[in-house]
Each structure stands twice: as structure tokens, then as C-alpha cells.
Write a protein that binds this ligand. Structure first.
Ligand SMILES: *Cc1c(COP(=O)(O)O)cnc(C)c1O
Length: 393
């Protein structure tokens, strides 16, 4: 198909996300020597800015890798072969992180949950109380389960760990929550916060990072899993860039600009914007489902509905992938698909990063158009409901 005149691909995938023009412009420049003073100033501003977004005053390590790399970095720096981890089941991403840990030789226990609801803090507390010998070395949680649109209560889980009086390390994947809704590494006692570049941080894929507590850094000194590229001790020794290999300066140019944008808007205003757009998306979804036969919100825990992604489950007999292909191939609208066992059952609307009302309303209207085009039953008027949710706020 000739794509002239069809405009840019309309991006509502929950990662990667839209890259702001300001970030693209900031990256459109000549290379800098990564050891030059000029670059080191940018580098240091990025480290300080990322720490402010993570709300930590502790340590930060940045890798040239996708989020999977930062997942692996946390595991290999902290643990020794055969050690036990407890991961809270939330969906595809908790399963995938657990799989990685198993393949690295760790003993992974999954605290089971219905993917539509997630783990209750009391269940975590109970499991940790039962672990009298403290065999569990760490608790792992995906803050925002991008596959299901469920946001886990990271602070409540921290309180559950404290109530159990358990010394486990606390690892949290913030890849699709950071810069979208509240996360507080130090206040919530998170030992390792895993982050990535291409979601709420609005820059290209390829940078990921770990916020690391003093407690975690101390634990890393005795951990025995083999590691090289990810090794925190080696990275620290490589001052001033604290990086293994050639520093990807252009990703840092982009990051410096996105952090400037984040600070200009303000994190609290950014969170309110995400909450407002998420609410409008859910109002549209409720109307689409209103007659009981249309796509339905996948997440059934009202307090846990994510402000960065909404997942919808298709009515029986309708294939989410067929619908999604219609949206992208006919209307140039990119939506997320179902991951793992949800393939074909679920589609996802990403509403994170650089986004405003006209963009969201355009996407929601096009979802309706693609539902019609694919003969998926749905209640009429989802867009009007979204407009009502956005008006006067
Ligand atoms: C996107 C994502 C990942 C994986 O990150 P990549 O950059 O694709 O490796 C992990 N966890 C969550 C919650 C994510 O949203």
C-alpha cells in the first residue's frame, strides 16, 4: 500500500512510546567524545535527573540494553546460584522475569495470583512469616504489569514485608510506571528499581538502568552468580562514565532533554495528566462493554487499574489480533497485542509518555472505527464518554 499522505504512525502501544520532537532534535547533533568535559556534564545531569525521577539518593547504574538487561543486572549482581526468590505473579512480565531468574540458576517461587486481580499484601505477609529460616532472599514485583494493565501497590507490599519482619531484598520493575505514576524508591524501601528508556521516559529503546540501595550494593559484594558487563563493582571502578564499553552518547542527549521536559512539566503534573487520560480511556472501555457483549477491561481490581496502559479482553469468538491488524494496516494506529496466553484474547491501549487529549481522543475514535470494521460488537458512544470524562477537569 502506498503510505504517502497517511501521516505518521499513530502510536498507542504501551512501549515503545512517542518520542517528543524536542528529544529527536536534541539527538540530531554530532558525536561528542564520551570522556570530554562537555559530555560528562550531560552524563552527570542524566544521572542526577534519573535519580530524582526514581526518588532516590542512593546508587544508579545505566546500561546500553533494553529493560531485559536491567532485569538481568539486578539478578546477577545480588544472588548466588540456588538462592531462593519470591516473585509476585502479575502476568506475562512477572512470568518472564521469573523465567530469566530460573535460567540463571536461581530457585524461583511464584506467589500465585489471578492475573485480573493480582496478589493481596496479606498473602505476601503470610508467606514471609512462614519463611522462618529466611530462605527467601528477595521479593520481586512488577510495579505496572504492562501485559494486563494492572498496577501493583508497591508501598503496601513493602509494609507487608516489614510486618513479617523479613530481611528479603525488594526488587521492583518500574519500566512502565516510571514517569507515568508515582514511584518512590527510597521512601518505599526498594532495594533495586529496574527502569527502561522507551516508555514513560519518552526516549528511544536501548538504555536501561538500576536504582540500587546501600543494602543491595552491600549484598552484591558477596553474590556469586557470574557477571561481567553488568558488574556494579566494575562499573563503579570505571569512573567517570561508570559504564562498560562505548557510552551511547546520543541516547544520553535524548535522555537529558526528556529529563528537562519532565522537570519543566513536573512529576506531579505528569502523574495527573496520565491519570486523566487513563480515566477517559476506561470510561470509553466501560461504554464499549456496556451491553455486556463488547470488549471488557481485563483488570478487575478497581484500585489497581493502571494509569499507563489499559488492557481489554475481546468477547468470545473475536480475535484480538485480527482487530489489531485492522487498526494498524488500515488506519495506521499501533495498539498493543495480548502477550503469552493472552495472545488473540487481549488488546492494549498504551497511554504513557508524550500524550494529550486530541491524541487520545483520536486513538479512541479509531479503536471504535476498527471495532466496527472488524465486526466486534460494542456499545456506541465510547468517545463521547471519554470527552465527558475529560471536560471540566
Ligand atoms: C517493556 C517491559 C519490560 C521489558 O523491557 P524491554 O525494554 O522490552 O526489554 C519489562 N517489564 C515491563 C513491566 C515492561 O513494560
Amino acid at each position: 500500500m502506498n503510505r504517502n499522505g497517511r501521516g505518521r504512525q499513530f502510536f498507542f502501544n504501551p512501549g515503545p512510546t512517542n518520542i517528543p520532537d524536542r528529544v529527536l532534535r536534541a539527538m540530531d547533533r554530532a558525536t561528542l567524545d564520551f570522556l570530554s568535559e562537555e559530555f560528562l556534564e550531560i552524563h552527570s545531569a542524566c544521572h542526577e535527573g534519573l535519580k530524582r525521577v526514581l526518588k532516590t539518593r542512593q546508587h544508579l547504574f545505566v546500561y546500553a540494553a533494553t529493560g531485559h538487561g536491567a532485569w538481568e543486572a539486578g539478578l546477577v549482581n545480588l544472588f548466588s546460584p540456588g538462592e531462593r526468590l519470591l516473585i509476585l505473579e502479575s502476568g506475562y512480565f512477572s512470568e518472564d522475569w521469573a523465567l530469566m531468574a530460573r535460567r540463571l540458576g536461581l530457585d524461583v517461587e511464584v506467589l500465585k495470583a489471578d492475573w485480573r486481580v493480582g496478589v493481596a499484601p496479606a498473602d505476601l505477609e503470610q508467606r514471609l512469616v512462614a519463611d522462618k529460616g529466611h530462605a527467601i532472599r528477595a521479593v520481586l514485583v512488577v510495579h505496572n504489569e504492562t501485559a494486563t494493565g494492572l498496577a501493583n501497590p508497591v508501598a503496601e507490599f513493602r509494609h507487608a514485608i516489614d510486618r513479617a519482619g523479613h530481611p528479603a531484598l525488594y526488587l521492583v520493575d518500574t519500566i512502565s510506571s516510571l514517569g507515568c505514576f508515582d514511584f518512590r524508591m527510597d521512601e518505599w524501601g526498594v532495594d533495586v528499581a529496574v527502569g527502561g528508556s522507551q516508555k514513560g521516559l519518552m526516549i528511544p529503546t536501548g538504555l536501561s538502568f538500576s536504582g540500587v540501595s546501600e543494602k543491595a550494593l552491600a549484598a552484591s559484594r558477596t553474590a556469586k552468580l557470574p557477571r561481567h558487563y553488568w558488574d556494579w563493582e566494575m562499573m563503579q571502578a570505571r569512573a567517570p562514565q561508570r559504564f562498560c564499553g562505548t557510552t551511547p552518547v546520543h541516547l544520553f542527549f535524548g535522555l537529558a532533554e526528556s529529563l528537562r521536559m519532565i522537570e519543566e512539566e513536573g512529576l506531579d503534573a505528569i502523574f495527573r495528566r496520565h491519570a486523566r487520560l487513563a480515566r477517559a480511556t476506561r470510561e470509553a472501555a466501560r461504554v464499549w462493554h456496556a451491553n455486556g457483549s463488547g470488549p471488557e477491561l481485563f483488570c478487575r481490581a478497581p484500585q489497581r487499574l493502571s494509569d499507563s496502559v489499559t488492557a481489554l479482553i475481546m468477547p468470545e469468538g473475536h480475535d484480538a489480533e485480527t482487530f489489531r491488524r485492522t487498526a494498524i494496516n488500515r488506519f495506521n494506529l499501533s495498539l498493543g497485542g495480548g502477550l503469552g496466553p493472552l495472545l488473540g484474547r487481549v488488546f492494549r491501549i498504551g497511554h504513557m509518555g508524550e500524550l494529550n487529549e486530541p491524541m487520545l481522543l483520536g486513538a479512541l475514535a479509531t479503536v471504535e472505527l476498527a471495532l466496527k470494521e472488524s465486526n466486534v460488537p460494542h456499545g456506541p458512544g465510547g468517545v463521547e464518554a471519554a470527552i465527558a470524562a475529560l471536560a471540566n477537569r
